[in-house]
Design a protein around this ligand. Structure first.
Ligand code: URA
Length: 262
């Protein structure tokens, strides 16, 4: 997002707004290599390289970690060309720009983590970290022991066999059944495709768990900040370093949409 240079400088802790204006007027600031001396000039600290006395600006942004109950009918993207609601619409008032860790389908609800800690997000999304994700799935009709066994052992999808999963029948009524499925892979529409592959029609899909984190009492659309000890545990999981603040050089930040398809 573009902002006035003096505001960017003062927010980066270079100097007060008034002093930053003087620094600009003195010809000490350059944007993408061109010296700027006009006070109204705007720049985008995420995409422009801003230097003061030839040194790239380091912008300190507080790291935030959010656990959101994503409702059905929201896109897990930062923008939707079709104008559908996006998950960050639910975080109005949040100053920091956060990105989803992984994705949930438009029609899937439940636990979604968002953060501006790119290193942790990337580490957690890396397949080698095998983070367990727990889903509650409502399917039409009944589920046979054979279907449970096939899902448990792994099923053949277009993109190959799925890894063994933990599958537990939860409840059953006349027309529907609930099962719980825990997987550590994160393939596109994986749970839906696994169910389809064994002849089950998914009518509702909710992620209830992400590793040790549970959706708990949150209602659709509600979110909470992770506690520091939860962040520490996630960091251990992702083997990612850093604490408290996220220093970044202007123009070299993690870009929006760093999440991978799920
Ligand atoms: N599996 C799916 O099919 N959809 C999701 O959103 C998440 C996992």
């Amino acid at each position: 997002m573009q902002d006035r240079l003096q505001k960017i400088l003062s927010q980066a802790g270079v100097a007060s707004r008034r002093e930053s204006e003087k620094i600009i007027l003195d010809g000490r600031v350059a944007v993408n290599g061109s010296v700027v001396t006009e006070l109204g000039t705007k720049a985008d600290p995420d995409n422009d390289v801003i230097t003061v006395d030839g040194k790239p600006l380091t912008i300190e942004e507080k790291r935030v970690y959010i656990l959101l109950y994503k409702p059905v009918g929201y896109m897990t993207t930062m923008k939707d060309p079709e104008g559908r609601p996006i998950v960050t619409d639910l975080l109005k008032g949040l100053k920091e720009r956060v990105y989803p860790i992984g994705r949930l389908d438009y029609n899937t609800e439940g636990l979604l983590l968002l953060t501006n800690d790119g290193a942790l997000a990337n580490a957690l999304m890396h397949p080698s970290h095998e983070v367990d994700k727990g889903y509650l799935v409502r399917v039409s009709g009944h589920v046979s022991p054979e279907q449970i066994q096939r899902l448990t052992e792994g099923v053949k999808l277009e993109d190959g066999m799925t890894a063994p999963a933990k599958v537990v029948p939860v409840s059953e009524s006349e027309h529907n059944s609930w099962i719980s499925i825990t997987i550590h892979e994160g393939r596109y529409r994986q749970v839906r495709r696994m169910c389809e592959a064994v002849g089950l029609s998914v009518v509702r899909l909710k992620r209830s768990r992400y590793d040790f984190l549970e959706i708990g009492d949150l209602k659709p659309g509600q979110f909470r900040y992770l506690a520091p000890e939860e962040v520490t545990k996630l960091r251990r999981k992702g083997a990612s370093a850093g604490s408290g603040r996220a220093p970044r050089k202007s123009g070299v930040v993690a870009k929006r949409g760093m999440s991978k398809r799920k």
